[in-house]
Design a protein around this ligand. Sequence first.
Ligand code: ZN
Length: 445
Amino acid sequence: MVDASGERVADVVVRGGLVAEVGPDLAVPRGATVLEADGCLVSPGLVDLHTHLRQPGAEDSETVETGARAAALGGFTAVVAMPNTDPPVDSAAVALEVLALGEGAMCRVAVAGAITMGRAGERLAPMGELASLGVRLFTDDGTGVQDGAVMRRALEYARGFDVTLAQHCEDEALARGGHMHEGEWSSRLGVPGIPAEAEEMMVARDIALTRLTGGRMHFLHLSTARSAALVAAAKAEGLAVTAEVTPHHLTLTHAELAGYDPVFKVNPPLRVQADVAALRAACGDGTLDAVATDHAPHAPERKDDTLDAAPPGMLGLQTALPVVLGALCGSAGNGAGGDGGGRHAAPRHGAPAMTRAAVLGLLSWRPARIAGLARDQGGDQGGPIEPGAPGNICVIDPAATWEVDPVRLASRSRNTPWAGRAMTGQVRHTLFRGEPVVVDAEAQR
Ligand SMILES: [Zn+2]
């Protein structure tokens, strides 16, 4: 068993939706269902801060139901649904619609609200009304709030509701027209690029605005070494900032675009090897608080297009855990850890491998806190696994190997960058509110 206090050997009894007993060699209660977990890690359920569920508006790409099933199969017991739906989550009515869709889902579906009406970057959304429905994170994700004065007002407004703003850091003027990282490969391929500075300028600006307002800011999907360094400096200064990184930015580089395959088109774009190394180090030294998937399904008829026409984004929920364990713990075998395939990131140099507990912290109890879903915040996520805790648990076989087949993923879309690659580490069981929703890596409904 593993949670914030580390690893230990134990049995876990779950009854009536709650953890009832934890300890070595417990007797099996009469009539109980036994889920084998020999050699497995029993962890608090994973929590994804950044999931695009596409409903309402793009149900051909994903629905709350299919996205939540993919999440459960990936070990997640909660996801935060991004508000860039159609219509966007900039009103109580749309937030209530998504929350209602999440009621019967296979994991908890929390909802992020938009910072501005229509995500247009001008007028503030009704944060107080949304906060009263339980919305804890606000973001215009998909785009960043471009106008510094609007972001300042949003930070000041958010303080009154004890909610967190989450920024997609991208200066639109600098990024416009780009389809991949601006660098050696974009030059070689003749593809317009997005410079690292398009992200870093907004990270720097928003750190300044956090200082100015005393507000709280979460940085979404950071992708460069200098972004991480800016966050480290802001934390050293005592500012209330947190930051996440995606599994793909911890593993893949812009060289993946060599074949013009749009499956590797993502925003922010895949960067260079030195960025991958720095982001891994920033996970280990506490600069980065969470790994979040940025699960971004796109129906094949749109994603299977030319590199310039295809929308950015890739699936993440069902592959995050093995990819991240491979990248940060150095567990063998994953394409994610570097398998000599040549084009993706090599194994880390220098920085020591993280413990499995520390890596699961990035995927579970630390994001749970940022999302406002931790138990001492009134939520039900992130452990610890102890009597009385909600039965939100995932059981991971760290040695199991499997190959990613896009057709077999639960998502309605197929745009995984890991198609055909071997993974080491698999979610064997997921319990959501005590119900085994995934057993032996199969969804139960
Ligand atoms: Zn984004």
